[in-house]
Design a protein around this ligand. Sequence first.
Ligand SMILES: C[S@@+](CC[C@H](N)C(=O)[O-])C[C@H]1O[C@@H](n2cnc3c(N)ncnc32)[C@H](O)[C@@H]1O
Length: 228
Amino acid sequence: MITDIFTTQHARDLDQACSDLALQATNEEKKQLLEYLTQLLKWNKTYNLTAIREPKQALVQHVFDSLAIIAPLLKHIKEQNLNTIRILDVGSGAGLPGVVIAIMIPNTEVTCVDTVGKKMTFVRQIAGVLKLSNLSAIQSRVEQLKAEPYDIVTSRAFSSLVDFAQLAGEHVKKDGVLLGMKGKEPHQEIEELEKNTNWHVDKIENLNVPELNAQRCLVWMKKKEHND
Ligand SMILES: C[S@@+](CC[C@H](N)C(=O)[O-])C[C@H]1O[C@@H](n2cnc3c(N)ncnc32)[C@H](O)[C@@H]1O
């Protein structure tokens, strides 16, 4: 056993997933990912933080799914020449993808926001247990947060792209991006976003999540220029 829930086989599956995603995760980072899930599944028994209760399912659907955005994020951070990167994870729930980003990209400062207090208490607990000084959590509706400039605002399973842009767009700094994790390419949502907001889709990346037989994509959105 690696933790009291995850076995050496799970650890091998995680190694393979990192390699499939071209991620050079350190042993410490992989240990932190498994410890995060261990804590999540333990807390879940009392606090009902996620519908996924089975360890392998949680590994694939929560951690591998979130790991799939790390390489695209690293590429963006390098291209933008960003040093300390401020990220807001909206409707973060038990910290997805926020916690995974904070573990895998140490030069980020990740703030998770969610309306549900027990979820943000859990994320704060994780920051303490895993000694992640770059992770914090705020209990609030995102639209009631004081507007602050973040380089990147992420969401997974939060809302339509239009609602995401309308509720969270003001937290993106000039030249920053909104990053929506989606299932299959959401054509209708994209059309509505372009028509009804001052945001446009900059690019869509298809993601291959290891061991997950489902379509996933990452939608990058930028604010329209005045003459767009
Ligand atoms: C389906 S869950 C997704 C959680 C997490 N991102 C994940 O992928 O597992 C959506 C989350 O959004 C939160 N939420 C809904 N509306 C919100 C709002 N206006 N501001 C902040 N959080 C919100 C809910 O409390 C819930 O935890």
